[in-house]
Design a protein. Structure first.
Length: 397
């Protein structure tokens, strides 16, 4: 009785026909072995997607069956499928010794590579990377965009900002070159935990493979998302099915109902090595060196809120020496000490909080600036991943 009643209810249900987009995806997923060779001369019944959709639109039961078949073809069952699909790509890219990549990225001057500039225009970003070839070898890496060059020559890192003519010396390999290393892209996609990724599309046809994934962004606790990891996003990776080498990468972010292209791989060259000249960075003779200075022991124990107070007090009083303890950028110190930009009153300072994937903390503040007395609200960004493990200014103004 229960079976009969269930069948009766299922027959009474009608689901909408599958979309044309779903139909085209399924049709691309039908293996060539299911199509009749023309050489036989025998009639062949071609089950096109419109026909399949018409058959499938009958009852809930057949709709569920179609969904299961779709899940098998498109890989909707999550990361294990992703890991299997990309396994040959991971193996091929892991064997690469060096790359030269060019991307178009929706980033912004004055910000790091992963900043998403929703209101801007795409910017050209170029990178050369030599991966370590053996135990103890450091490898080499260089990344360029209009306002900054990150260069690791195998012995040390220099961050150079040509428009500000200031540079920062890193200790060891300070560049996260995984951001521009194809094998790292593939490893990341294969490692996303179950439940945190949705496979939107997968096909391999005509010598080309493609996989489109959708992923949730990190909670930003009321902040507007700023960096790539903060946004819900979609990633498309493409590869050559003969060599299994990665050939394309696109990233979109979702914001207020809009799907925005954040980055696109324009070109990728797989190399045996990179010319030494690429990693030889010639700086101007008048370049200004910045960085976190050694501070007295009493400063090391200060929390983010206390550092924010001292930061604004030093700027207000024009105390360059103290301000340089909390701000490693010479040009930012200059800007804060100019009469038009100097803080005149700290009106409010909130409690520090963390948000998104930012490695530091934000301190909410409301500040009066300059002779005009204009008032602005900020989330002052502070981080402590420096050699003294103390809080210093990182942005927000």
């Amino acid at each position: 009785m229960r079976d009969k009643e269930l069948k009766k209810r299922l027959r009474a249900l009608r689901e909408p026909a599958p979309s044309t987009e779903l139909g085209s995806r399924l049709e691309r997923g039908i293996p060539d072995t299911l199509r009749q060779p023309e050489s036989t001369g025998r009639p062949w019944r071609v089950w096109t997607m419109p026909k399949l959709a018409a058959v499938a639109a009958g009852t809930l039961a057949t709709t569920i069956t179609l969904w299961l078949v779709t899940g098998f073809i498109l890989g909707l069952f999550g990361p294990p499928v992703v890991a299997n699909v990309l396994a040959p790509v991971a193996a091929a890219t892991d064997r690469i010794q060096a790359v030269h990549v060019v991307l178009r990225m929706l980033t912004r001057e004055g910000e790091d590579f992963s900043y998403v500039n929703l209101g801007g225009e795409p910017e050209r970003v170029e990178a050369w990377i030599e991966w370590p070839q053996g135990p103890g070898e450091p490898g080499r890496a260089r990344m360029d965009k209009t306002d900054r060059i990150y260069n690791f020559d195998g012995t040390g890192t220099v961050f150079y900002h040509p428009k500000r003519n200031e540079a920062f010396q890193g200790r060891g390999r300070g560049i996260d070159h995984d951001l521009f290393w194809p094998a790292a892209w593939v490893r990341y996609l294969r490692s996303i935990p179950t439940g945190e990724v949705e496979v939107v599309e997968h096909y391999e046809n005509g010598g080309k493979g493609s996989l489109v994934l959708r992923q949730k962004g990190a909670p930003v606790d009321g902040l507007d998302p700023s960096f790539l990891g903060d946004f819900d996003r979609e990633i498309e990776v493409e590869w050559n099915t003969d060599t299994h080498l990665l050939t394309g990468l696109r990233r979109w972010v979702y914001h207020k109902g809009q799907r925005v292209l954040f980055s696109e791989l324009e070109s990728i060259d797989y190399l045996e090595s990179v010319d030494d000249e690429i990693f030889r960075l010639d700086l101007p003779g008048d370049v200004r060196w910045g960085g976190v200075k050694d501070a007295p022991i009493e400063v090391l124990a200060l929390g983010p809120r206390e550092v924010a107070i001292r930061f604004f007090e030093a700027a207000k009083s024009g105390d360059r020496e103290t301000l340089e303890l909390y701000c490693g950028s010479p040009s930012m110190v200059d800007w804060l000490l100019e009469e038009a930009h100097r803080p005149t009153e700290l009106l409010f300072l909130g409690e520090p909080f963390r948000g998104g994937n930012y490695p530091g903390v934000y301190v909410p503040c409301r500040v009066r600036f300059g002779k005009e007395g204009r008032v602005k609200e900020y989330n002052l960004a502070l981080r402590n991943d420096n050699h003294q493990r103390r809080w210093v200014y990182d942005g927000g103004i």
